[in-house]
Design a protein around this ligand. Structure first.
Ligand SMILES: [Zn+2]
Length: 617
């Protein structure tokens, strides 16, 4: 057939073309989401010199990489994203490089010729205006409104927009950095950090513990430091410093619980940077310095489980790292389980049960959205050729965590804890695949008991969509009380009769999630008058309340909701609210107006996601 002949010819042409230029031009590895030939030529250490230029919103730098050419390759390939490459030197000599065609998801491959004995490549470059890893804020977009601010977010494949690198989680590098930032500003990285500002804006950083590229991180701004104990402290804008240090004062207790479970903390200091409001995600586990959203500063320590989560990543993720983004559940599932164990230790079982239940509800909501048979509900997800960001759903987090909880309940806590501790110690600083993880589990948790593995449905949990029937699920006692109060209110009771004094944020979330959507206008008014929910400073509660307001057409709350949407950049809150508005014609108009007014406050990743929602994708 003609079609077949055609495709055979095409394949032959492609094959011959590929053999000729294979080494010279970087070819995209769709499984690993990289142009780099990291298996043949492996980067080991980065020496980064850079100037952070707020006037032009760009970083000009020189990335000097030490590498090991194990297979005597003739080229080293890097990932880049919209970088302007000025000059490339190999072992001190200027060379001609090749920058491949730009792909909007993966960027461009940068190919540099090397000799057998070369070991150092130096790339002079500047970041582009579409650098996804960077968010530049004006002073008005910060909490203190004094100085501009810059922060990076490199997970999953955005480090390549900050600097040329082999942007895969499967290899690890150490780094030094020398940065020039505007005078008077503080710079911090995922490295050994200063606690005082340098008057000239000159900073030197060292990260001696090897990390994957997605954990390179930088923040520059009006940032001060306050210690919590010898090992931990908070970096944030001065106006937030005391509040943040109080809110996070349980970090030493959390660390004690974490070390009891995972073994000794291997990163030296553990500090937290509370970022400005537009920070797009909850937190990022940058080693030595977690970046976190200010929305966790609720004034009552009720949202600090997020810090337990990021701290847990010091073991699951940063120490034992997913080899590919398909294995993301190894990072996020283990971390979510670990986070709950830390919270159980510091807040008790009745509190922790609420976290498990809210997580279960998040997982159920994804099952509903994707469909129980969707391949994206498997723990080991297939992201080949896709944007790896698509793998960050509630499935790897919550289904992964509840899988480990099932294993713990069936093998016994003592045995499971020993397995977990051994897993982190034996596999420290190595990439982990799902297959390797399950082999380790067979040996160290099941003692090769095939019947037990089958009974626990391990393969079904990991490789099949949906949820196996041995999934643990308990109804927290504290939510039983909330549910009965809600039902009494729905059946005609008054809001003031609901006893909420002992409620934490989690009880409120259960109440607002489970109440009828829409709720009659008089009930909305009654709730709002009794508890002043409109304008609440607790972002988790605000998010659930405004969703209910949109569903119920409760317009009194709209001005406060618009303010919330303009000031908070966390995707977790923005996506459901915009999604809810898009359900009605009137809401669609409102969503578009709010987005055009607020867009400049959103991180580029967030703005793209909201744009998709507004286009109905
Ligand atoms: Zn995480």
């Amino acid at each position: 057939m003609r079609l077949m002949i055609c495709s055979v010819l095409l394949m032959m042409a492609f094959a011959s073309c590929k053999t000729k230029v294979q080494d010279k031009e970087a070819v995209l590895n769709t499984e690993m989401h990289t142009f780099s030939n990291y298996e043949q030529v492996t980067c080991k250490h980065l020496d980064w010199k850079a100037i952070v230029d707020f006037d032009h919103k760009r970083i000009r730098g020189q990335a000097t990489w030490s590498f090991e050419n194990k297979s005597k390759a003739q080229h080293i390939h890097f990932d880049t994203y919209a970088l302007g490459i000025k000059q490339v030197k190999v072992n001190g000599k200027v060379v001609t490089y090749n920058l491949g065609k730009f792909d909007p998801v993966y960027g461009s491959g940068l190919s540099i010729p090397i000799g057998e004995n070369d070991s150092i490549v130096s790339i002079e470059y500047q970041t582009g205006p579409t650098a996804i890893a960077l968010q530049w804020l004006t002073p008005e977009q910060t909490a203190g409104k004094v100085l501009p601010y810059l922060f990076t977010q490199c997970e999953s494949i955005f480090a390549r927009s900050l600097l040329p690198c082999q942007d895969v989680p499967a290899i690890r590098i150490t780094y030094n950095a020398d940065l020039q930032v505007p005078k008077g500003m503080m710079a911090v990285m995922s490295a050994k950090n200063p606690t005082e500002r340098n008057p000239q804006g000159l900073y030197h950083f060292e990260m001696e513990v090897p990390i994957p590229s997605y954990l390179i991180a930088l923040a520059v701004g009006d940032i001060s430091y306050k210690a919590i104990d010898e090992r931990s402290g908070v970096y944030t804008e001065p106006c937030m410093l005391d509040k943040a240090a109080w809110e996070l004062s349980d970090i030493p207790a959390m660390m004690k619980a974490a070390e009891a479970l995972g073994g000794p903390y291997k990163w030296g200091k553990y500090d937290v940077l509370i970022a400005p409001p537009s920070f797009p995600i909850g937190g990022m586990e940058n080693p030595r310095l977690t970046f976190a959203t200010p929305t966790i500063i609720a004034g009552d320590k009720s949202l600090v489980s997020l810090i337990a989560h990021e701290m847990a990543h010091s073991w699951s993720g940063n120490l034992v790292t997913n080899a590919t983004w398909n294995d993301i559940w190894l990072n996020e599932g283990y971390t979510t389980y670990f986070e709950r164990r830390i919270m159980e230790s510091i807040s008790g079982t009745s509190y922790n049960d609420m976290l498990w239940e809210l997580g279960y509800q998040d997982m159920e909501s994804d099952f509903k959205d994707f469909g129980m048979k969707s391949p994206d509900t498997r723990l080991r997800v297939e992201l080949k050729g896709r944007n790896p960001g698509e793998g960050f759903t509630n499935i790897p987090y919550e289904k992964g965590a509840v899988f480990l909880r099932m294993l713990e309940e069936n093998t016994g806590r003592e045995k499971f804890d020993k397995y977990l501790n051994d897993y982190f110690q034996s596999n420290a600083f190595t990439p982990m695949t799902t297959k390797k993880c399950l082999e380790y589990m067979d040996e160290h948790l099941f003692n090769h008991d095939e019947a037990l593995r089958k009974k626990l449905k391990v393969d079904e949990w990991v490789y099949e969509p949906g949820l196996p029937d041995n999934c643990p699920h308990t109804n927290p006692a504290r939510f039983v009380a909330v549910d009965s109060a809600r039902m009494a209110f729905e059946k005609g009771g008054m809001a003031k009769a609901i006893q909420t004094t002992a409620w934490s944020t989690h009880e409120w979330l259960q109440f607002l999630r489970k109440i009828s959507h829409p709720l009659p206008a008089d009930k909305m008014k009654d709730l709002d008058n009794a508890f002043k929910l409109t304008g609440t400073g607790n972002s988790e509660i605000a998010d659930e309340w405004y969703k209910l307001c949109i569903a119920s057409g409760y317009e009194t709350a709209y001005p406060a909701m618009e303010k919330f949407l303009a000031s908070v950049g966390r995707q977790k809150f923005l996506e459901p609210l915009y999604g809810e508005m898009m359900k009605s014609e009137k809401g669609k108009g409102m969503a578009k107006t709010i987005f055009s007014n607020s867009r400049s406050n959103y991180h580029p990743i967030t703005a793209l996601k909201i744009e998709k929602i507004l286009k109905g994708k």
